[in-house]
Write a protein that binds this ligand. Structure first.
Ligand SMILES: [Zn+2]
Length: 161
């Protein structure tokens, strides 16, 4: 509850309906926006707060996006760069639903293995990529086909290129 009080103190613009992504690791808010393809050019309100003190994770970032609701795949991508994030669904200025993103033990299909020779990258035998999460801070994944370790930067650059 103390975080809620903290967030209210900051007094960021309230949105009528949309999504608030809270507890993003400090400094990662811009990556989250990139993953969601949010540029602000569509005219909807986007609020960004970075390096806010949080009792839970030290410092955190918050992103608020008006008129935007997240797909399951988008939430999974966010989990890779902000594993502690919470997704708050806002309707009529009220919090309707709050969920935490979750980094599962294994991840299937969200992105391509960076190893070009990996069997999952062969055009003729389409095999779904599959990774084991070997570290949460920073996020590191291991391809279960070629054992390539995928670093957080690899994930971010693939999502945002
Ligand atoms: Zn691989």
């Amino acid at each position: 509850m103390s975080e809620k009080v903290g967030a209210e103190k900051i007094r960021i613009v309230k949105i009528h309906d949309g999504t608030v992504i809270d507890h993003i690791r400090a400094g990662k808010a811009l990556e989250v926006l990139k993953i969601l393809g949010i540029t602000g050019e569509d005219g909807n309100i986007v609020t960004l707060a970075m390096n806010i003190t949080s009792s839970k994770i030290g410092k955190k970032d918050i992103v608020k996006v008006e008129h935007r609701f997240l797909e399951v795949e988008e939430v999974a991508r966010i989990a890779l760069v902000a594993p502690e994030a919470t997704i708050n669904l806002i309707e009529d200025f009220k919090l309707i639903k709050k969920t935490r993103v979750e980094l599962p033990e294994t991840i299937t299909d969200i992105f391509r293995c960076p190893n070009q020779r990996c069997v999952t990258n062969k055009e003729r035998e389409p095999i779904h990529s599959k990774y084991e999460v070997v570290s949460h801070t920073p996020v590191k994944l291991k391809c279960l086909y070629c054992w390539t370790i995928v670093e957080e930067q690899d994930i971010i650059s693939q999502f945002t290129s």
